[in-house]
Ligand binder design. Structure first.
Ligand SMILES: [Zn+2]
Length: 282
């Protein structure tokens, strides 16, 4: 079973070079990457980290720039990296649904090979995930078999750069209920959404929602992924590192140590392989 990191980030090399300028223009970018010590990775670095961790493939997301041109530049870099990586990079696209022409940009990205969209930060970009754009995006994901990766954060607990501005657990639940066939990933253990899977009607609404473990070691205790697998079912949990924020090798070790062997195989690669399969038919 291949090991898959379902949540890593890349930038175009020229965007990393321009980080100071980008931080002046984009408040969310400044919050996450304004500090020169905050890591921004390019494709060769990601592939080296994957080799170091024994990871075969990674789902690569971008940053939700407000500027549509920056989204497009980042998307081109991720698609190019995927093209050069011989199947090791599963590319996601970024779009800003608050910007004119976004739908055409999203369709172009899918035609060029993007397997989904993310990491989605609707409120940072200035759109309502339950407004027309959110529904259009969910319809598009359903129609094309692509996947929406949402930044979800906890309504409680400590603050961290980039915590706010994604989709809330409540909003994601409502969107999933309206689009039961659209496949979505709730990042960062879903920000508490999994608790409500214990309600039968919520479990039914979330039948096509997966949960990733990105940044879990910064947020939750060591038993949290095992409890999530118990609540959601191990088939709905995806190992994600949030590289380059965290080391995939250490995150993978931590996760494997916390799960029974048969769960670990599915969580560390089997589930993502199925979810992002190009043969998925909507
Ligand atoms: Zn996130």
């Amino acid at each position: 079973m291949p090991v898959v990191d379902a949540h890593a980030h890349l930038f175009a090399p020229e965007q990393r070079d321009r980080r100071a300028v980008l931080a002046e223009r984009d408040a969310t970018f400044a919050e996450l990457y304004g500090d020169p010590a905050a890591k921004m990775a390019t494709a060769p670095e990601l592939l080296a980290a994957m080799d170091d961790a024994g990871i075969e493939r990674a789902v690569v997301a971008g940053f939700a720039f407000a500027d549509a041109e920056e989204c497009a530049a980042q998307g081109r870099a991720i698609l190019e990296a995927a093209g050069e990586a011989g199947g090791r990079i599963i590319p996601l696209a970024t779009v800003n649904p608050a910007a004119p022409g976004w739908r055409a940009a999203a369709e172009d990205a899918i035609a060029a090979g993007a397997r989904g969209f993310g990491e989605l930060r609707p409120w940072n970009q200035g759109w309502d995930p339950l407004g027309p754009q959110g529904h259009t995006l969910a319809d598009l994901a359903e129609a094309t078999g692509t996947v929406l990766l949402w930044h979800v954060s906890e309504p409680v607990g400590h603050r961290y750069p980039g915590k706010a501005g994604g989709i809330t657990a409540v909003e994601l639940c409502e969107l999933a209920e309206a689009h039961p066939r659209a496949r979505m990933v709730a990042a960062h253990l879903g920000g508490g959404l999994s608790f409500y899977l214990e309600m039968p009607e919520v479990r039914a609404s979330l039948a096509n929602v997966w949960f990733d473990t990105a940044a879990v070691s910064l947020l939750y205790d060591t038993g949290s992924v095992a409890r999530l697998a118990d609540l959601a079912g191990p088939e709905r949990v995806l190992f994600g590192s949030d590289y380059p924020l965290l080391s995939p090798r250490r995150q993978l070790q931590r996760l494997k140590a916390s799960l029974p062997g048969e769960f670990a195989l599915a969580v560390c690669g089997g589930n993502a392989t199925t979810l992002f399969s190009e043969s998925h038919q909507p």
